[in-house]
Design a protein around this ligand. Structure first.
Ligand code: PEP
Length: 245
């Protein structure tokens, strides 16, 4: 399976930031992994145009479950595809926390993504309290069961394991902790999706940087990374792409 380095710019990026794409593309003209940037919605169309002819795919950070209608401020999966996106992140912990998104909402968004021909990156992960209470596998297992729709395939779904306490904090689980969760995710996906599960990419996310990427990518069932802060600068993200390739 081709591994994936996915960058989530979150609510960062203006016209001038697009220059990072040029730098990333020239440093990695033929990467050995898939490379994805999910800018804010305002930049998706421009970034997609700028990335044309490079190995960089583009995507969005969220979508509405509906195709169109009276949903002020929202963006549909079809609009993302129309703007050149190929992927959409759904169920990021910041959306679950800031917008009260439940597993059912995340599942509906993933289905909307598929209807528009997008690949859904479905995010799961425990809080620090949940980890300290020894509930990590139960919490992540529940999120997987509730957030991934029936019909998930290796081609339409990527799963991102992102411990909430590791996002943007500089704290990273041990390699053994990452491996334990990724092995458990693979086992749960195999039980539900049989042969398709082996090809579904499982990303680790949470304070991945060039300096820790190689060791994280060496963990079993880690098929890439979802990267926030370190995706904003081509030099940092390029280091992560290089570690995956
Ligand atoms: C993320 O938001 O998906 C993320 C992993 O952020 P960071 O890399 O900054 O921890």
């Amino acid at each position: 399976m081709k591994k994936l380095a996915a960058g989530n710019w979150k609510m960062n990026g203006l016209e001038a930031t697009l220059a990072e794409i040029d730098a990333l593309a020239s440093a990695h003209p033929a990467p050995g992994c898939d490379v994805l940037i999910c800018p804010p919605a305002t930049l998706l169309s421009r970034l997609s145009a700028r990335a044309e002819g490079t190995a960089i795919a583009t995507g969005a950070q969220d979508c509405h479950p509906n195709e169109s209608g009276a949903h002020t401020g929202d963006v549909s999966a079809g609009m993302i595809a129309d703007a050149g996106g190929a992927y959409v992140i759904v169920g990021h912990s910041e959306r679950r926390a800031d917008h009260g998104e439940s597993d059912a909402v995340v599942r509906a968004k993933a289905e909307a993504a598929w209807r528009a021909g997008l690949i859904a990156i479905i995010c799961v992960g425990e809080t620090l309290d949940e980890r300290d209470a020894g509930r990590t596998l139960d919490i992540v297992g529940g999120q997987l069961a509730g957030s991934i729709p029936d019909g998930a395939t290796a081609a339409n779904t990527v799963v991102a394991y992102e411990p909430v306490w590791a996002i943007g904090t500089g704290k990273v689980p041990t390699l053994a902790e990452i491996g334990e969760v990724h092995d458990d995710i693979r086992a749960r996906l195999s039980a539900r999706f049989s042969g398709e599960a082996a090809g579904m990419r499982l990303l680790y996310g949470g304070s991945v940087k060039p300096s820790n990427a190689a060791e994280i990518f060496g963990v079993s069932n880690v098929d890439g990374a979802l990267v926030g802060g370190a995706s904003l600068k081509a030099a940092d993200f390029g280091g992560i792409v290089g570690a995956l390739a």
